[in-house]
Design a binder for this molecule. Structure first.
Ligand SMILES: Cc1ncc(COP(=O)(O)O)c(C=O)c1O
Length: 319
């Protein structure tokens, strides 16, 4: 189903009219701040997974970039997200809020610019391909290094910083892989281009500590789920050869969800298919996001019923 409405600075506008001017500083310098959020179909209707955490990370990313006066607080952003999902009538979808700077910002500072917010939603299924959940995907260690926190921040979803991910992923895909593993500036494993990474060895689960990676909301959910399922979980340095010798390696993120890596740098990982621990966490995650696990239902925010079509057209006419 086509996306019909985008939330722009407080109004729902028709998809085609959600445009910005060519001379928008964030388009030139990458000073946008964004989030990626998923809405899942549950028995009780569509629900946003970890809405509060995503809205808070959006605001935190803006703070890390140095923006001082945001036009919306996290609670208002949550309401706007619910509004745009309801207006589009999606049962499940991906949501993309983006703060961007207009007016000023040509002097390479974030001061004196106007901060605007747009929120789009669209239907988006498997990010790493339909087969990925069963088969896993092939990855390589990228020739590009992940950000050093003194060069570009690692904790903020800043648009321009994603050029690093785009460089790595383009290279890997052109080489015939599906994903790129990025090392940190010290040579240890950091994360993938849009996912955090875990390895499993002798039933124990390890993930790189958060110093040089994005603090993924899916990563946090999986750390909780893994502990609750009785696994020993550690956060700490991970080397490239620890990945090669692991029983299982899996990646996770809002877009990708939970996906095994079946091969890294032409070395088969484990059996070469999604391993048992990955499969167990993958299934647990699916049950959680679909609202089938009462214990984690607080991670889901129901999307209210849509505003009737006529009133929505009025909203669009005003904006
Ligand atoms: C670089 C990077 N690492 C990890 C993640 C996973 O984060 P999350 O689980 O919050 O989507 C993402 C996606 O947002 C990302 O872009």
């Amino acid at each position: 189903m086509k996306s019909r409405f985008v939330w722009m600075n407080g109004d729902l506008v028709p998809f085609e009219k959600a445009t910005v001017h060519f001379l928008t500083p964030s388009l030139h310098y990458g000073t946008g701040i964004f989030e990626g959020i998923r809405v899942y179909a549950t028995d009780a209707g569509p629900a946003v997974f970890r809405l509060r955490e995503h809205a808070e990370r959006l605001v935190r990313s803006a703070h890390l970039l140095g923006l001082r006066d945001l036009p919306y607080k996290a609670g208002e952003i949550e309401q706007a997200i619910l509004q745009v999902v309801a207006a589009n009538g999606f049962g499940s979808c991906y949501v993309r809020p983006l703060f961007f700077l207009t007016g000023a910002g040509w002097n390479l500072t974030v001061d004196r610019a106007t901060v605007e917010l747009g929120i789009a939603a669209w239907e988006w299924t498997a990010y790493l391909g339909a087969e990925a959940r069963e088969q896993g995907v092939r990855a390589n260690v990228s020739s590009f290094t992940r950000h050093h926190p003194n060069v570009a921040l690692t904790k903020a979803k800043i648009a321009g910083h994603y050029v690093n991910s785009v460089l790595a992923k383009t290279e890997s895909v052109r080489l015939g892989f599906e994903e790129a593993i990025m090392l940190d500036p010290y040579g240890f494993v950091a994360e993938c281009t849009g996912e955090n990474l875990f390895l499993v060895r002798d039933g124990r689960i390890t993930t790189p500590d958060s110093a040089t990676v994005l603090e993924g909301i899916t990563r946090d959910a999986l750390l909780t789920l893994a502990r609750d399922h009785g696994y020993e979980v550690a956060e700490g340095p991970v080397s490239r050869d620890q990945l090669y010798g692991a029983d299982e390696v899996f990646v996770c993120g809002t877009a990708a969800e939970v996906i095994g890596l079946c091969e890294i740098d032409f070395r088969t990982i484990g059996t070469g298919r999604t391993g048992p621990v990955t499969r167990r966490l993958q299934e647990a995650y699916r049950r959680v996001v679909e609202g089938r696990e009462p214990r984690y239902r607080h991670w889901l925010t129901p999307v209210p019923a849509a505003v009737p079509e006529e009133s929505r057209e009025e909203v669009c006419a005003i904006s």
